[in-house]
Design a protein around this ligand. Structure first.
Ligand code: GDP
Length: 276
């Protein structure tokens, strides 16, 4: 409940007043520890779970913490699903990401392509841990008929993001960079060439879709939660938009010493549009 999407769900929860929400945090329960997780589930006895907890960060955190991204997320996800099974939770909606799809793939990406080749090297650990969350959910469905499903959001932005210059995702990191650049009257440095393309969804729109996935989407198929293909924008255009908002447009530098990450991961949202 403390991250970007959890906070967005908090902000819309009053629309769902027939339900009681409990928002967890790292302080309330260490999901990487099985006995802590089991104890927490026994205390709160959830009927439904939106599983957003994850060791997560932008491109540069994924590149510098590959073992943690794999190892900690694997343990965390195994504990959450196992405890959900043991406590007979009626439904779990877990969050993957469009960045976990294969690197060499035909565009646009659709839900069927998740395991069709290796992920981009920059987020190899994170991507495989999230792919395993899909595998785990499927195995619980097959062996126990547990209603454990996965949704696949594209890049997300909104209030309560992580503004770390090193570990944050591109939008909060660039807002922070531009703020400092203007304050200190120095160039606004954008990492990489600016050429990569991304689709961005607003956290509160995603929060509504998460609630829909939990309460109304009654299939077991993975579903991409994204804006359309035509809404994809380049990092360069994103940086220009941010610089305009700060009224600091004339001093942008693209620093190509830094990685671009995956060039694009254009996702197709036609399955979602069939329902919404
Ligand atoms: P990704 O979509 O999973 O790669 O996640 P990010 O939100 O980290 O976006 C990475 C893209 O933004 C890459 O093309 C980076 O080169 C570019 N980028 C430019 N400046 C920054 C920055 O300060 N932080 C991050 N995370 N990415 C940046």
């Amino acid at each position: 409940g403390t991250g970007l999407v959890g906070n967005a769900i908090k902000s819309i929860k009053d629309k769902y007043s027939e339900h009681t929400f409990i928002f967890s945090s790292r302080l309330k329960c260490d999901l990487i520890n099985y006995s802590d997780t089991y104890k927490y589930f026994s205390e709160i006895k959830p009927d439904y779970i939106i599983h957003l907890a994850s060791i997560v960060g932008g491109l540069f955190k994924n590149m510098s913490h590959k073992v943690d991204m794999f190892d900690l997320n694997m343990r965390l996800n195994m504990n959450v699903l196992r405890c959900a099974h043991e406590h007979k939770v009626k439904k779990v909606v877990s969050c993957l990401s469009t960045c976990v799809f294969p690197d060499n793939v035909d565009y646009p990406i659709n839900e069927s392509m998740l395991h069709n080749g290796e992920p981009h090297d920059s987020n190899y650990g994170y991507a495989y841990s999230k792919r395993m969350l899909d595998v785990q959910s499927k195995l619980y469905r097959q062996q126990y008929n547990d209603n454990f499903i996965c949704v696949i959001p594209t890049n997300i932005y909104g209030e309560h993001d992580n503004y770390s210059l090193e570990n944050g995702h591109v939008i909060p990191a660039l807002i922070h960079q531009c703020y400092l650049a203007k304050k200190e009257n120095r160039p606004f440095i954008v990492k990489g060439s600016g050429e990569p393309l991304r689709q961005f969804i607003y956290s509160k729109d995603l929060a509504e879709l998460m609630m829909w996935s939990l309460l109304e989407y009654n299939k077991w198929d993975n579903i991409i939660l994204s804006v359309g293909e035509k809404d994809e924008i380049s990092i360069k255009d994103l940086a220009i938009t941010i610089s305009k908002a700060f009224d600091y447009e004339d001093n942008i530098i693209f620093d190509t010493q830094y990685s671009n990450g995956q060039h694009k991961k254009t996702a197709n949202n036609s399955l979602l549009l069939k329902y919404k």
